[in-house]
Ligand binder design. Structure first.
Ligand SMILES: NC(=O)c1ccc[n+]([C@@H]2O[C@H](COP(=O)([O-])OP(=O)(O)OC[C@H]3O[C@@H](n4cnc5c(N)ncnc54)[C@H](OP(=O)(O)O)[C@@H]3O)[C@@H](O)[C@H]2O)c1
Length: 341
């Protein structure tokens, strides 16, 4: 019997992508979609590509969301903490940041407001995560940039091949990463034909989440310089992650570490040598494309990672963890086939 699903925040980008993926999932049945300012409108008015679903956006309240088997929350951070506590669903999956961080002081430093208890972190690629997720009833979906950086560094940190006090990540990030609400700096006339860095100097909110992930992979101390750059594309993240190699580590060892770490993973592909990841190749999918090169002059390893911020970066990851929590095959309803060009 299909599980009855509600999506809170379905008028937004993450919620809209969730609606598309839930509809394509053979064991999930999208029953309810909710919104805030758009409540009362047909879903197809806000997301014309979802018009065929014939759903109307309702208010985001516990009364509307209760009575479903699975509730996905795709709301601004700070909104899903209290709401999540009031929900009766067997499984609640939060795409926001409210339940990701384990350290209250990180929450205070980077987000502020009421700290919510952490939920099971939905990154099956981390050690022992699959087992934890299989019992989960409350899941926090990782941040999109945090995903691209963590997946790039994970095998190297896990194997102790890099100095984790000297990590640098520079990301090209598509505009949908900022959500659908109107902002002057995100107008086409401001963004098209231009690229600009933001949250420079360590202030981006995904910093503590990445540190938390790398510590879980075995890093004692993490020092990361993390700079996202807004680029004129709707979707996609290309992360260029570099680190100083520990003495004597060879390019072959580095490549082999990534191969082995992701050997059983259905979504992560280390591309053949010489081919660099392109965001276009992963759009619309839950795939992550990686490449690794050692810059011998700089003694740095360079791991490039491409994901769709709304796929593996949010909605796809939410479905992946949901599959594990409900006992379905991890890749049920998810694709690794992109929509390029
Ligand atoms: N976009 C991404 O690539 C991405 C990636 C990873 C994680 N996330 C996370 O996913 C969450 C949603 O992001 P998004 O990009 O989809 O944002 P978005 O496009 O701005 O959508 C936000 C959604 O939340 C609703 N909403 C706004 N204020 C609300 C309130 N006070 N109470 C209840 N609902 C409210 C909006 O409803 P109305 O439109 O009807 O007002 C809309 O449905 C965020 O926490 C974000 O950090 C996003």
């Amino acid at each position: 019997m299909s599980r009855r699903v509600a999506i809170a925040g379905a008028s937004g980008y993450a919620g809209g992508e969730l609606a598309r993926l839930v509809t394509e999932h053979p064991e999930l049945d999208l029953v309810t979609v909710t919104a805030n300012s758009n409540a009362g409108k047909p879903l197809g008015e806000v997301h014309p590509h979802l018009a065929a679903l014939g759903l109307t956006l309702r208010e985001t309240t516990p009364a509307v969301l209760n009575g479903h088997d699975v509730v996905f929350l795709a709301l601004p951070h700070g909104t899903s903490g209290e709401l999540g506590d009031a929900l009766d669903a067997q499984l609640v999956v939060d795409c926001g940041a409210d339940h990701r961080l384990t350290d209250e002081s990180d929450w205070a430093d980077f987000y502020g407001g009421v700290f919510s208890q952490p939920w099971v972190y939905g990154m099956p690629e981390l050690p022992e995560a699959t087992a934890t997720l299989s019992d989960a009833t409350r899941i926090a979906v990782p941040g999109c940039n945090a995903t691209a950086v963590t997946l790039g560094f994970a095998p190297l940190v896990f194997r102790g091949l890099v100095d984790t006090t000297d990590l640098v990540s520079v990301l090209a990030v598509g505009v949908s990463g900022a959500g659908k609400s109107l902002r002057e700096d995100l107008l086409a006339s401001e963004v098209l034909g231009s690229a600009s860095a933001y949250a420079v100097g360590g202030s981006h909110r995904h910093n503590p989440e990445i540190r938390q992930n790398l510590q879980r992979l075995g890093a004692d101390e993490v020092t990361l310089s993390f700079t996202p750059i807004l680029v004129p594309m709707a979707r996609g993240i290309l992360a260029t992650n570099t680190a100083t190699l520990r003495g004597g580590v060879t390019a072959t060892e580095v490549r082999s570490a990534i191969d082995v770490f992701y050997a059983e993973n259905p979504f992560i592909t280390l591309l053949p040598e010489g081919r660099q990841p392109r965001t276009a190749d992963v759009l619309g999918s839950n795939a992550t494309h990686l490449q690794v090169v050692v810059d011998e002059r700089a003694n740095r390893v360079v791991v490039t990672a491409a994901i769709d911020n709304l796929g593996k970066g949010t909605a796809g990851a939410a479905i992946q963890s949901t599959n594990l929590a409900l006992g379905f095959p991890e890749s049920l309803g998810l694709s690794v086939i992109g929509v390029a060009p």
